[in-house]
Design a protein around this ligand. Sequence first.
Ligand code: SRM
Ligand code: SF4
Length: 579
Amino acid sequence: MSSTDTKTQKLAVNEGIKTKSNFLRGTISEGLQDAVTGSLAEDDTQLTKFHGFYQQDDRDLRQERSEQKLEPLFSFMLRARVPGGVATPEQWLAIDSMADNYTIYGSLRLTTRNTFQYHGMLKPNIKNVIQGLDDIGLDSLAACGDVNRNVTCNTNPVQSHLHQEAFEMARGISEHLLPQTKAYSEIWLDGKKQDLNDVPAEEVEPIYGETYLPRKFKIAVAVPPHNDVDVYTNDLGLVAITEGEGETAKIIGYNITVGGGMGSTHGDVETYPRLASELGFVEVKDAIKVSEAVLKSQRDLGNRVVRKNARLKYTVDRIGLDAFRDAVEAHAGFKMQPSKPVKFTLQGDRLGWVKGVDNNWHLTLFVENGRIIDTDTRQLKTGMKEIAKVHKGDFRMTANQNVIIANVPEDEKVMIEGMAKQYGLYRTFNEGGVSPIRGNSMACVALPTCALAMAEAERYLPTLIDKVDGLAAKHNISEQDIVLRMTGCPNGCARPFAAEIAFVGKGPGKYNMYLGADGLGTRLNKLHLENIGEDDILAELDRLFSLFAEHRLEAERFGDFVVRYGVIKATIEGKDFHQ
Ligand code: SRM
Ligand code: SF4
């Protein structure tokens, strides 16, 4: 469908909701006052996403509550905007205490995009949480919704000044592309000043316009060779091009990539995951300008009729990369240079200690599927809180649901490690039960809070990995890094289609199995087996691990092996994902 076609067709329902929302206000304020229900009006639940939160209900309790003739247990999930995932210890302590005071689950959830979520806020607590975030210099504006979301960036500060530059770029883009509406400050902060941006006297959205974007929009900044943000799965990627080595290294510009995304619908070939295409190279000084130009091009050209085809990836495939580049250059007012060569060698997080070029130490802790909670065996939440009380550096939430205790001076390393061990937080490769497969794994939230989940993910993957680890040991491949991911549905929140092995929920206890990504985030996988349960999953992995152990080449990754050995065809681009 061309952009002109969309002008003559009925716009998607969400377009109408945005248009009449008065810059994202809707009737949210009125809904907050309504004590009869724990929910908000339906249209408002689309608008609250732009304010950073979703209405949900606990799916484990649906049946029981319905039998008792009660409305579902409505609660809200709120996602903070933390560009690059950096939080100070003081911020962490406040974040932690809000989970205790204002949520029914009392946990924090590190996400796949450098930030955290609260689950289970009841309606009267939403304002407390947003005000609490504002008190510590954070917000949830544009964490969800049809706008630019939290900008992710390479989190491991081993090359600290390069990381710092990339982080400042991520933060700069995030601030620049923030919606300008006063609705957030009006509804949640009682109209008080908010340090988000200089709100103009007249209500305008100079970048977005009153209908914002056709769909969500995601940006990542990556510093090769480390692709821990899975940069190519973003609508817009900035891949740092550096010059020099060690302390003299600096970022001279960015390759701009467009059209990445994971979401798809089972069996619908008009939807597919796609890795981003190279658009061109820009110098550092032009990076924010070109980011705005990409976003505006998608604003103008994206599909506002068929929402499932509204992401930038479909715009790029529909009009072609060259036409899209023309649109971007017209908005930017300059031509881009050809992309520079880049090479990624690593996809996930490097667990454990690394020393930065400034001699500070950084400890990446594995937080299984991002859930920070105290259990009988591990006091992750208490441990993080106790560390925050004494830590003088900062914390960095990674794009792989882990956390880095960053900038630890040499003389505090032993203390921090001791505390991490005391609370069961010290989980690095081959320590604390973290095999390379587990350490490279991710699962999305799924049940009980995600309304779209078709199967378990976060609550199931740890036990499945116990068994997968057993198979790896049986075939003597326990030392092999394999990127394995699971999601409860094909929306792809744990970026499964960029994993060497992926399980994507199809129904209760049933998953589609995907194989053949390269473990670097530069090749998609492909459907291997459909709708299988645990017994079939384990039988197939047993067979494949056995073949891999016998026939792999030296240093060959599992994802490359299954393609070379003919188990699965390589996916070259998004459009041939289903073939
Ligand atoms: Fe996601 C929707 C959770 C990262 C693609 N995602 C959802 C919702 C809000 C469900 C809903 O719409 O009702 C999930 C809330 C579950 C819950 O109870 O918390 C949800 N997504 C998550 C998180 C928390 C998963 C996690 O375990 O960490 C991640 C939050 C990231 C953040 O901090 O912003 C999360 N979601 C992603 C990613 C990965 C990424 O961005 O790197 C993707 C794939 C990349 C992409 O966008 O294409 C992703 N989420 C989706 C989609 C499919 C979008 C599409 O183009 O089709 C949906 C559904 C939708 O938008 O309609 C979705
Ligand atoms: Fe929910 Fe599906 Fe995203 Fe998992 S992948 S959090 S099940 S929308």
